[in-house]
Design a protein around this ligand. Structure first.
Ligand SMILES: [Zn+2]
Length: 324
């Protein structure tokens, strides 16, 4: 028998052959574009640590949403930067809060774009924590009431999906109950189920001005060292009624994405967070790496690991690339 009989290189010889046998195909249809909305009009304020990303006023946000939709991106996720912050994050659930106003405007202008709302308090609280502070600790059960109010007000404003990101115990069930009682039985919940206490969120905190004023978020977000705990968190969220689950961040936690894929049948989202974006953007700016190739490779790796849906600050750039 001639040696070698098997030559895997046969299928790598030309781009046509490589494309024929490609296992993972990215599509703009699985991307979600995260956007920050702030008060004012005609505001397009670049975020220093996330070049090419902006804080948008509602009027300009609508234009940005339309342009993303025109590129084939099916969904955006909105984060609010409120006028005022207080101890209990009132603007997170105010009927005329910044996100509620943004949802109404976007759904009116681009009705077929899926608008996802992040449900959390940290952008809205003066202390920057994701829950109510009692005796210096983040109180789980009183936070649930506020999260449920926030989710309901977003859905009443027109949000298609709500995405709780706070990591409080029992919030998916509490939000499901609130929505169902108000007649919104058809609104899906995308749960940030395995959200790690990660340093990769740094640039986002600058963008949303949401760094905690004391302590850190380690008493509610997950320890980066844990994998089995992620499966437990996801199982609880699925039991509580989550329709889609999420792993966050994405690239440093691809093992968790793959495990989740093996254990659960619900759709899985992964969030390529601000720090992942900024590392690539900064190294590319220095000329140390090829921005476009690294962007596509990073997104492919997240999809290959098992994510059906990818939240990424590269959404528009990747969608543009995927069109040609
Ligand atoms: Zn939060």
């Amino acid at each position: 028998m001639p040696f070698p009989l098997h030559r895997p290189r046969r299928l790598r010889r030309t781009e046509a052959l490589r494309s024929l046998v490609r296992e993972t195909r990215l599509s703009a249809r699985s991307l979600v574009y995260p956007l920050f909305v702030c008060p004012g009009t005609n505001v397009r304020d670049e975020i220093r640590s996330m070049p090419g990303n902006f804080r948008w006023s509602v009027d300009r946000l609508v234009e940005e949403c339309r342009s993303a939709f025109d590129l084939g991106i099916p969904a955006v996720i909105l984060f609010g930067i409120p006028e005022r912050k207080d101890e209990v994050g009132s603007e997170a659930y105010a009927p005329d809060g910044i996100v509620q106003r943004a949802v109404r405007a976007v759904k009116k202008a681009v009705p077929d774009l899926i608008v996802i709302c992040d449900v959390c308090l940290d952008e809205y609280t003066s202390h920057g924590h994701c829950g109510v502070v009692k005796n210096g600790e983040i109180d789980n059960d009183s936070t649930l009431e506020l999260l449920a109010r926030a989710a309901l007000s977003q859905v009443q404003a027109g949000a298609d999906i709500v995405a709780p990101s706070d990591m409080m115990d029992g919030r998916v069930r509490r939000i499901r109950g609130e929505l169902d009682a108000a007649g919104f039985t058809q609104t899906p919940i995308l749960a940030y189920s395995a959200k790690y206490a990660s340093a990769f969120y740094g640039p986002f905190r600058e963008a949303a001005n949401s760094a905690p004023q004391f302590g850190d978020r380690k008493s509610y977000q997950m320890d980066p060292a844990n994998q089995r705990e992620a499966l437990r968190e996801i199982a609880l969220d699925v039991e509580e009624g989550a329709d889609i689950i999420m792993v966050k961040p994405a690239m440093p936690y691809l093992d968790v994405v793959t495990l989740a894929r093996q254990h659960f049948d619900v759709p899985i989202a992964a969030y390529q967070v601000s720090g992942e974006f900024s590392l690539i953007a900064a190294a590319a700016e220095k000329g140390w790496i090829d921005r476009e190739r690294i962007m596509m490779e990073s997104l492919t790796s997240i999809h290959r690991a098992g994510a059906d849906i990818i939240l990424t600050y590269f959404a528009k750039e990747a969608a543009t690339r995927l069109r040609c």
